[in-house]
Design a protein around this ligand. Structure first.
Ligand code: PBG
Length: 324
C-alpha cells in the first residue's frame, strides 16, 4: 500500500484549474451545419421531428447562412429537396438543380463560408434509394456514373467539398476520377466511409423526404454490429483518394470512430445525425435533461473519441454555448 493518498481531486478544485488541465476542447471551426434547401421563395418549414431545423428556400437559406456565419459557423453541408423525382435522380446532377443553385447563391452571399455538398441520389429518386434500382435491387456500378456526375455538378457550382454518402462500392474513385478529368482536382472529398444502416436517420428522412419506398438500406449501408468491417471500408476509401473519412452516426459508434482515428492520419469527421439530435431535443422539451449540458457533453465525447470535424444540427447552439 502506498504511504500517501493520490489526490486527482486537486486538479478539479476550481473552474480555472479544471480548464487548465482540460484535454479536449470544442471550437467553432470543428462544426459543420447541415441545411435542407427546397424550391420556392419565402419557405421556412420546420421539421416536426427536428425542432429548430427547417426546409428553407434559397432566399431563406442565404439569410440563415449569413446569420450562422455571424454566430461563428464556418462550414455548412447542403441537402436538397428537388421539384420532381425520377428513376434516374436527374435532379441530383442537373446544372440548375436545387443544390447547385443553392451553392451558387451561398457562394455569392457568404463567400467565406466552406460549402460542402452531400453527394447521394436518395433525395432525387422516385423510389428513395441511394442508387439506380433494377428488379428491386440497387445496382452498384450503374449508380457510380450518376454519383460522379452529381459530384461534378456540385463542384462546378462551387462546392469546396463533396461528400459521397450513397455507400456504393468504388464511389470515391469514380468521383475522384471524373473531378480530376474535368479540372476539379482541388475539390476535396469527404467520404461517408463508415455509414451504418441506422434507425437514427429517421427524422432526416422527414426533413429530406428521402425514405425508401420499398425495403430498406441494409443491402448497401453497414451492419451495425460490425467494427472490423469499418476498417475495410475506410481502407478502401482512403486508397481511392478520400481526403476526409467520416463515421456516421456518431455517439453509438464512438468505438469505431476511435479505431478510424488511430488507423489513419487524415482528418476524421463524425456525423451527429438527426435521431441523435432529436433524442436530446425531445428529452429537453419534456424538461428531463439540461439541453445545453447534454449537447456539449455529447459533442465533446465525439471530439474526444477522435473527430476533428463534427457535423451537427446543434452547430449554432454549440458555438453560442461555448462563448458563454
Ligand atoms: C443520404 C443521407 C442520409 C443522411 C445523410 N445523408 C440519409 C440516409 O442514408 O438514409 C442522414 C443524416 C441524418 O440522419 O441526420 N443518403
Amino acid at each position: 500500500m502506498s504511504y500517501m493518498i493520490h489526490r486527482p481531486r486537486r486538479l478539479r478544485k476550481t473552474a480555472a484549474i479544471r480548464s487548465l488541465v482540460r484535454e479536449t476542447r470544442l471550437a467553432p471551426e470543428n462544426f459543420v451545419l447541415p441545411l435542407f434547401v427546397c424550391p420556392g421563395t419565402g419557405v421556412r418549414r420546420e421539421i416536426s421531428s427536428m425542432p429548430g431545423v427547417f426546409n428553407l428556400s434559397i432566399d431563406e437559406l442565404t439569410t440563415d447562412v449569413a446569420a450562422a456565419q455571424d454566430i461563428g459557423v464556418r462550414s455548412i453541408i447542403l441537402f436538397g429537396l428537388p421539384e420532381t423525382k425520377d428513376e434516374i435522380a436527374s435532379g441530383a446532377y442537373a446544372e440548375d438543380g436545387i443544390v447547385q443553385r443553392a451553392i451558387r447563391a451561398v457562394r455569392q452571399s457568404s463567400p467565406e463560408m466552406i460549402i460542402m455538398a452531400d453527394t447521394c441520389l436518395c433525395e432525387y429518386t422516385s423510389h428513395g434509394h441511394c442508387g439506380v434500382v433494377r428488379d428491386g435491387e440497387v445496382i452498384n456500378d450503374d449508380s457510380l456514373e450518376l454519383l460522379a456526375r452529381t459530384a461534378l455538378s456540385q463542384a462546378a457550382a462551387g462546392a469546396d467539398l463533396v461528400a459521397p454518402s450513397a455507400m456504393m462500392d468504388g464511389q470515391v474513385e469514380a468521383i475522384r476520377t471524373l473531378l480530376d478529368a474535368e479540372g476539379f482536382e482541388n475539390t476535396a472529398i469527404m467520404s461517408y466511409a463508415v455509414k451504418y444502416a441506422s434507425g437514427f436517420y429517421g427524422p432526416f428522412r422527414e426533413a429530406a423526404q428521402s425514405a425508401p419506398e420499398f425495403g430498406d438500406r441494409r443491402a448497401y449501408q453497414m451492419d451495425p454490429p460490425n467494427a472490423r468491417e469499418a476498417m475495410r471500408e475506410t481502407e478502401l476509401d482512403y486508397s481511392e483518394g478520400a481526403d476526409i473519412l467520416m463515421v456516421k452516426p456518431a455517439t453509438v459508434y464512438l468505438d469505431v470512430l476511435k479505431m478510424v482515428r488511430e488507423r489513419f492520419d487524415i482528418p476524421c469527421a463524425a456525423y451527429h445525425v438527426s435521431g441523435e439530435y432529436a433524442l436530446i431535443k425531445a428529452a429537453a422539451q419534456k424538461g428531463w435533461i439540461d439541453e445545453e449540458r447534454v449537447m456539449l457533453e455529447t459533442l465533446t465525447s465525439i471530439k474526444r473519441a477522435g473527430a476533428d470535424i463534427i457535423l451537427t444540427y446543434y452547430a449554432r447552439e454549440a458555438i453560442r454555448a461555448l462563448k458563454k
